[in-house]
Design a protein around this ligand. Structure first.
Ligand SMILES: Cc1cc2nc3c(=O)[nH]c(=O)nc-3n(C[C@H](O)[C@H](O)[C@H](O)COP(=O)(O)O)c2cc1C
Ligand SMILES: C=C(O[C@@H]1CC(C(=O)O)=C[C@@H](OP(=O)(O)O)[C@H]1O)C(=O)O
Length: 362
């Protein structure tokens, strides 16, 4: 079983992640890990914090001479911003609608929302990406590769090859990913990318924020990961939970997802034929088991909750109406969320692969 735990607050000393269950013998490389972390950290619409953090890290255990040893892997990522926050306490008395502030402070019995905001912050997703890197390396050994891109920001939807092609053609997936990596919003249509950037600028000017939709495609998954026999072994359920756990994600679809509900059965399912099935509307999973096609996931991220032009809230000290708390924030982070989704998908698939293949060393 592959499992991981993260710890750390947004402006505390740093993040820690422990990944347990990784077999010995997986080659890893600090430069590659650093690249993964910067793919998540950067992006058009990210706030000033993205320039403060460098996500320097140390792998403190579980790796020797460039290979995993089978022991728990621990990675530390210090927060550079800690130096600026050390010894200071900035309370949040007006909970931000859409953040964890309001329910969190009531649940944990605090008099302000700061202790909640610190851990609810998506800063934690840096630790997940570090962890996901090791899972990606394990999957790579089996020829499994994970790709992601952004399809929409706010109302701007990119003009991309039809979804049926994005779900079923490896060359289309690879090309979209290559292009997305060139775009500051991680959208594979570079013209639409510019339109998205303008929309982000407009949102920022108005003190507003944006969300969007991203897709993740996994190529090379063998038949047989996950199982139909029990709810928590179903691969689609495990993947959906992992994506939904990313802060701000509010919707997940596998394959054609919600669109399938509108079709007749004869239109919705993928005929079975050799050597290859003609379509992949199921998105690579049937009955909770991978079926050998591309695993295809779409996810919707809500707009960032911290607004420079804030929504109404209340002052929790006296219950009087007031504007919600305002502080430095991202305007849009859909591209970063897609990178986090790659990591989460890698962790779920690596876990499912180890269930099937086992092994202490690879
Ligand atoms: C990469 C990334 C960056 C984010 N940056 C911010 C931010 O700067 N400000 C903010 O208020 N929320 C930000 N969020 C979103 C919040 O963390 C999220 O909306 C909050 O936890 C509540 O979402 P939930 O209801 O889905 O848990 C970010 C999310 C992600 C994935
Ligand atoms: C620090 C990161 O994301 C942060 C997530 C976040 C939030 O509320 O979720 C708020 C912002 O942090 P700050 O309040 O320091 O400006 C983001 O920058 C990161 O992704 O590395």
């Amino acid at each position: 079983m592959l499992r991981f735990l993260t710890a750390g607050e947004s402006h505390g000393q740093g993040l820690v992640v422990i990944l347990e269950g990784m077999p010995a013998g997986i080659e890893v490389n600090e430069e590659e890990l650093s690249k993964e972390l910067s793919r998540r950290r950067k992006g058009y619409g990210r706030g000033a914090r993205a320039n403060i953090e460098k996500d320097d890290f140390s792998i403190v255990s579980g790796v020797l001479n460039g290979k995993t040893t089978g022991a728990p892997i621990c990675v530390l990522i210090p927060n550079k911003d800690y130096e600026n926050w050390k010894g200071k306490y900035v309370p949040i008395y007006a909970p931000r609608p859409g953040h964890a502030d309001f329910p969190g402070m009531i649940k944990y019995g605090f008099e302000d929302c700061r202790p909640i905001a610190e851990r609810a912050s998506a800063r934690e997703t840096a630790a997940r990406v570090a962890c996901g890197y090791f899972a990606k390396k394990l999957l790579q050994k089996e020829g499994i590769k994970i790709f992601s891109w952004v399809v929409s920001i706010g109302e701007i939807e990119a003009n991309l090859p039809p979804i049926e092609e994005r779900m079923s053609k490896v060359d289309v997936v690879e090309k979209l990913f290559q292009l997305a990596e060139l775009s500051e919003v991680r959208c594979p249509n570079l013209e639409d990318s510019e339109r998205m950037k303008k929309l982000i600028d407009q949102a920022k000017e108005k003190g507003d924020t944006l969300g969007g939709i991203f897709e993740v495609a996994v190529v090379g998954v063998p038949v047989g990961l996950g199982s139909h026999v029990h709810w928590d072994r179903r691969l689609d359920a495990r993947l959906a939970a992992s994506i939904m756990s990313i802060p701000g994600v509010k919707g997940v679809e596998i394959g054609l997802g919600f669109q399938l509900a509108k079709l007749f059965g004869s239109e919705a399912h993928d005929p079975i034929q050799k050597p290859k099935r003609p379509t992949n509307k199921a998105g690579g999973i049937e009955g909770g088991i991978s079926n050998g096609e591309i695993i295809f996931i779409r996810a919707a991220m809500k707009p960032i909750p911290t607004l420079a032009n804030p929504l109404p809230s209340i002052d929790v000290r006296n219950d009087q109406p007031c504007p919600a708390h305002v502080e430095r924030s991202d305007v849009c982070a859909v591209g970063s969320a897609a990178v986090v989704a790659e990591a989460m998908v890698a962790l779920v698939l690596a876990d499912a692969l180890l269930e099937v293949k086992g092994g202490d060393r690879w």
